[in-house]
Write a new protein. Structure first.
Length: 295
């Protein structure tokens, strides 16, 4: 794992190095421009930006805005003390597009920083996945897809998915059928594959390491699921664009798309799914007035 850190004090830099010792290589930048150059050159796992209540420091919301604009696929984690005046900086950082927050003295102890960075990576993958899918899924189904991706490391079950979304199982099934998306169990598997593809795309982590981080029993288990759902090997996924490649594979299982690519047997035939969605549309007019689902 490689991290770019925009930190302006030796004390903060020492804390970051200690937090990631033996687990990540850290490259430090003194300005937002330097951080952007490092991100472009090294393609890090994430960027840490130190926040402070002082107005003349190189970090903060302005740096986050620049990083987000020029490096949109890189997670940004704000790093700060809990101190008087810092609340304003945190709020500005959130508005600027920060992916996660790491509290000094709490999230930089032991493996806590690892968890914060991994959460930031997965949250950004969820957003990117929905953007790639675009018009392939209706708005009311997007939170379901996002939830599957955001919880890809949690060994999510269908019951967990329904409970986390605050939906009865029957409603969850209905919304996915109406959107012509795979059944809940298959969609959970797609979520894990989206994250795996992105990690393979943006890092040098081995397939075994990626599999372990996502709760697979082995690298072979990840390879097997990837082959069943997409027809591709990890090497082919890396070579063909990573996340975009796997998103395209799901897209080809949806109605009105090219279905030449192999599809997992767990995913319903697109024609049957489309027919079920039409029946649901006709038979549930009251649902049309329902507000978009919120997670």
């Amino acid at each position: 794992m490689h991290i770019v850190a925009l930190a302006h004090t030796h004390d903060s830099r020492n804390h970051i190095v200690d937090a990631l010792r033996h687990r990540a290589e850290v490259s430090f930048a003194g300005t937002a421009a330097e951080a952007v150059l490092l991100v472009v050159r090294t393609r890090p796992t994430a960027v840490l930006v130190e926040l402070t209540d002082a107005a003349d420091t190189p970090g903060g919301a302005s740096a986050i805005e620049r990083l987000r604009a020029e490096c949109p696929s890189t997670p940004i984690v704000a790093y700060c003390w809990v101190a008087a005046g810092i609340a304003r900086q945190i709020l500005r950082a959130v508005r600027a597009g920060v992916s996660a927050l790491a509290l000094r003295g709490h999230d930089d102890i032991g493996r806590m920083m690892d968890a914060v960075l991994e959460d930031a990576v997965v949250d950004l993958i969820a957003e990117e996945t929905v953007q790639h899918l675009g018009g392939d899924i209706p708005g009311y189904a997007r939170p379901i897809v996002e939830y599957c991706v955001r919880h890809a490391r949690d060994e999510l079950t269908v019951v967990d998915l329904a409970t986390g979304l605050g939906l009865p199982r029957r409603t969850l099934d209905h919304r996915l059928r109406r959107a012509a998306l795979p059944a809940p169990g298959a969609l959970i598997s797609w979520g894990r594959l989206f994250v795996a593809a992105k990690l393979m795309e943006t890092s040098e982590r081995s397939v075994d390491d990626v599999a372990l981080s996502l709760g697979f029993a082995s690298g072979s288990a990840l390879r097997g699921m990837l082959k069943r759902y997409t027809g591709l090997t990890p090497g082919e996924v890396r070579a063909r664009g990573g996340l975009q490649c796997v998103v395209d594979a799901l897209g080809r299982t949806l109605p009105d798309r090219d279905t030449d690519a192999p599809v997992c047997a767990d995913v319903a035939d697109p024609t049957d799914v489309a027919h079920a969605a039409q029946i649901a549309h006709v038979g549930d007019a009251a649902y049309d007035d329902a507000p978009p689902l919120g997670v």
